[in-house]
Design a binder for this molecule. Structure first.
Ligand code: A3P
Ligand code: MG
Length: 273
């Protein structure tokens, strides 16, 4: 059982509280609204983010939250800031297939050093930080035992892809990668599958924002994996100038696999043109 730092404990408790709030919405009627960009949003998104901001307030670290940004509230980001997606996989939440997550990351010097992901409807939590990478089952709204997780770079080819945001290049990726199993799942759970050794590659060919990936990036990195831009360079956070939009990226079970994944992505994108 890891001894979590006070900071990690606060992040975990904030995510757990938001997860309970979101579950209450999930178990009652879900009303769907549309954001300016046409993407769906529910009352659970805002309620979850409010709970997280409240719980993290005492730390005096700026919070970059998906819903706050959508409402025009962008904090001044210093060297250290939280990145929050209270409800990633809103489409899955609305479809009620359970594949949605609460995400909190701490970014330091442009890199996510701590990450928490909870899948409320699956009673599953993941953490990655200086203590290592761990998974826990939630019982009676409490974390159970934390067990270490690790990627499996030796496994056969298995890729995870978005359930709701497909791109034509995936087909070419599979052609290039050779025999490869292909699994679709919603939200940041894709990072968790790679982090716990259940998938090898997560090539992302459709847009994401920093809050969609920061927590997953931290967990994956601590579990032995890596996330890089599809061009092969490091993924950096705090990209205010591009509204926190990420370039396409490659996440995989090791730094070498991430480079391989990115290289196959570039070939696939070339073919898809
Ligand atoms: N056109 C776009 N621009 C920016 N982000 C997008 C996007 N289309 C989808 N996304 C992001 O992809 C996330 C869903 O990922 P996935 O398809 O892997 O489940 C969404 O998270 P939310 O559900 O939090 O809005 C959303 O932020
Ligand atoms: Mg999201």
């Amino acid at each position: 059982m890891p001894t979590f730092s006070a900071l990690a404990q606060q992040m975990l408790e904030a995510a757990l509280a938001a997860s309970q709030t979101i579950l209450a919405h999930y178990q009652s009627h879900i009303t769907v609204a549309r954001k300016e960009d046409g993407s769906p949003v529910t009352a659970a998104d805002a309620a979850g983010e409010a709970v997280i901001i409240e719980r993290l307030r005492g730390l005096n670290i700026p919070v970059l939250g998906e819903e706050s940004v959508a409402a025009g509230k962008i904090p001044t980001l210093g060297e250290r800031f939280f990145v929050v997606d209270p409800l990633d996989g809103t489409k899955e939440f609305i479809k009620r297939n359970g594949e949605f997550t609460v995400n909190i990351a701490l970014v330091e010097d442009h890199i996510p050093t701590h990450g928490v992901i909870i899948a409320p409807a699956m009673n599953t939590a993941y953490y990655g930080g200086p203590e290592g990478a761990f998974k826990s089952i939630i019982v009676d709204a409490q974390f159970g035992q934390w067990t270490p997780i690790a990627t499996d770079p030796q496994m056969g080819c298995k890729i995870v892809a978005s359930r709701s945001h497909a791109h034509g290049a995936i087909k070419y990726f599979l052609d290039e990668a050779g025999p490869c199993e292909d699994v679709s799942v919603g939200s940041s759970l894709k990072f968790c599958l790679v982090a716990e050794g259940a998938a090898l590659h997560y090539p992302r060919f459709t847009p994401t924002c920093e809050w969609d990936i920061a927590a997953g990036h931290a967990i994956l990195a601590q579990a032995g994996g890596a996330l890089i831009e599809a061009n092969g360079g490091p993924m950096r956070y705090g990209k205010t100038e591009v509204d926190f939009l990420n370039p396409y990226f490659a996440a995989a079970a090791s730094p070498a696999h991430a480079q391989e994944c990115a290289s196959i992505m570039r070939q696939a994108l070339e073919k898809a043109r």
